[in-house]
Design a protein around this ligand. Structure first.
Ligand code: NDP
Length: 263
C-alpha cells in the first residue's frame, strides 16, 4: 500500500486527507492519506522518507521549505519558488505547484478573463499573479502595505497601496489576503472595496469554508462570486493525478474528491 500525507503547522484542519482518501477508496486504489504535524520545515525531507511516503502535500508555512528540500522542481513551481506537492520518484523528491492551476480551473466557469484586480500581495498572490501573466492577463495588485509590492512591480504589473490607487474596470476581482479568514475584516476600507466591486464583473476569494465579509458585499451587490473551495478542489485533483502517475481518470478523481466536500 502506498502512503501519502499532508505536512503543515497547523495541519489538523486540513481537508486534504478526506479529499484524497475519498478518491483512493472509491476507485479502489491501494493507498491511504494521512496528516503530519511538522514544526520544523528543515526536517521535511527526512520526515518524508522516514515515513516511507510515496507523495505529499505541503501547506502553511512550509511551501518555501519544500521547494528547498526537493531534488528536482518541475514546471510552474520552479518559477515561483513555492512547492505544494511532493512525489517520491525512485527515491528522489520531486516538487510541483498545483495551487495556481487549481485557481485557473476554479475561474474557468467565468469564461475568458482578460483583466484581474488582485487584493493582497502575499505568497498566494505571488503564485496567482505569475500564473495570470503566463496567460497574458492584465494584472493590477493592491495591498495594505508598500513593502510587498516591489515583487509585482518587477513583474511589470501595476501595483499600489490603498492610498494611491485609482479604480479602473476589471473582468475579475480576487481576494488573496487573509482578511476575513479568522476575523470579520474586509481586505481594504469599505469605500474602496465597494468601488472595486462596482467595477468588476466577477468576484473570487481564496478563503473557503465561510462567506467572508468581502463575499457578503459581493453577494449584496448581485455579483457572480465564488469562494476558495473550487481552488482547493482544483489543486487537489492535479496533485492526485501526480500521486497516481495518471493511472486514474481525471473526471473520476474530480467526482470523488468533490464528494468529500459534502462530508
Ligand atoms: P500571506 O500571509 O502570505 O499574505 C497575506 C496577505 O494578506 C498580505 O498581502 C497582507 O497584507 C494581507 N492582509 C492580511 N490581513 C489583512 C487585513 N486585515 N487587511 C488587509 N490586508 C490584509 O498569506 P497567503 O498568501 O499564504 O494566504 C492568503 C489567503 O489565501 C489565506 O486566507 C489562505 O487561507 C488562502 N489560501 C487558499 C487556498 C485554497 O486552496 N483555497 C490556497 C492557498 C491560500 P500586508 O502585506 O499589508 O501584511
Amino acid at each position: 500500500m502506498q502512503i501519502f500525507s499532508i505536512f503543515g503547522d497547523p495541519v489538523s484542519h486540513s481537508r486534504s486527507p478526506l479529499m484524497h482518501n475519498s478518491v483512493f477508496k472509491h476507485l479502489r486504489y491501494d493507498a491511504c492519506y494521512t496528516r503530519t504535524h511538522l514544526l520544523d520545515g528543515e526536517k521535511l525531507k527526512e520526515t518524508f522518507f522516514g515515513l516511507g511516503l510515496s507523495g505529499a502535500n505541503v501547506t502553511v508555512p512550509h511551501k518555501e521549505a519544500a521547494f528547498i528540500a526537493c531534488d528536482e522542481v518541475r514546471g510552474f513551481a520552479k518559477k515561483v519558488g513555492v512547492v505544494n506537492t511532493l512525489v517520491n520518484e525512485n527515491g528522489k523528491l520531486i516538487g510541483y505547484n498545483t495551487d495556481a492551476d487549481g485557481f485557473m480551473y476554479a475561474i474557468g466557469e467565468f469564461g475568458p478573463i482578460k483583466s484581474i484586480l488582485v487584493l493582497g500581495a502575499g505568497g498566494t498572490a505571488k503564485a496567482l499573479v505569475s500564473r495570470f501573466l503566463e496567460d497574458d492577463i492584465e494584472v493590477t495588485v493592491i495591498n495594505r502595505s508598500e513593502a510587498r509590492l516591489e515583487y509585482f512591480k518587477e513583474l511589470k504589473c501595476e501595483a499600489y497601496t490603498w492610498d494611491n490607487f485609482e479604480v479602473k474596470e476589471y473582468d475579475l476581482l480576487v481576494n488573496t489576503t487573509s482578511a476575513g479568514l479568522k476575523d470579520e475584516n474586509l481586505p481594504a476600507p469599505k469605500e474602496l472595496i465597494n468601488k472595486c466591486l462596482n467595477n468588476s464583473n466577477f468576484v473570487a476569494d481564496a478563503i473557503y469554508g465561510k462567506l467572508t465579509p468581502f463575499l457578503k458585499l459581493a453577494k449584496e451587490m448581485g455579483k457572480t462570486y465564488k469562494d476558495g473551495a473550487d481552488m482547493l478542489l482544483g489543486q487537489g485533483v492535479l496533485a492526485n493525478e501526480l500521486f497516481v502517475n495518471n493511472q486514474l481518470k481525471k473526471e473520476d478523481i474530480k467526482k470523488y474528491m468533490a464528494k468529500s466536500f459534502l462530508l
